[in-house]
Design a protein around this ligand. Structure first.
Ligand SMILES: [Zn+2]
Ligand SMILES: [Zn+2]
Ligand SMILES: [Zn+2]
Length: 108
């Protein structure tokens, strides 16, 4: 059964790829703290809202803010930062996403 979590953004496909990030491994969607909605990427959030993104503070890294677009299951920020593939379905994640952590999460 498919999880009904909706992913917002620009040209979002079935596996949460978007117009900005659409390689085979770009399947992760992130929930933004400000709107409590999942977006395919930070650019999608920027282009479809009128407010600056709110990052997840260090003490909220147990929040399930990450969605695998392949199996539609969620994981905590902590969990996500420690894997290179989905812990549920083993679909590979884009390793380049690690460079974007500071856009979504407070780092220190
Ligand atoms: Zn927002
Ligand atoms: Zn996007
Ligand atoms: Zn998965």
């Amino acid at each position: 059964m498919r999880n009904p979590i909706e992913v917002y953004g620009v040209d979002v496909d079935q596996e949460s790829r978007c117009t900005h990030y659409h390689s085979q491994v770009d399947i992760v969607a992130l929930k933004f703290r400000c709107c409590r909605k999942f977006y395919a990427c930070y650019q999608c959030h920027q282009e479809t809202t009128d407010h600056p993104p709110e990052k997840w503070p260090l003490d909220e890294r147990d929040h399930h803010a990450i969605l695998c677009g392949h199996c539609r299951k969620t994981m905590s920020i902590d969990e996500y930062m420690n894997v290179n593939e989905c812990p549920h379905c083993q679909h590979a994640f884009n390793a380049g996403c690690k460079n974007h952590y500071p856009l979504y999460f407070d780092m220190e």
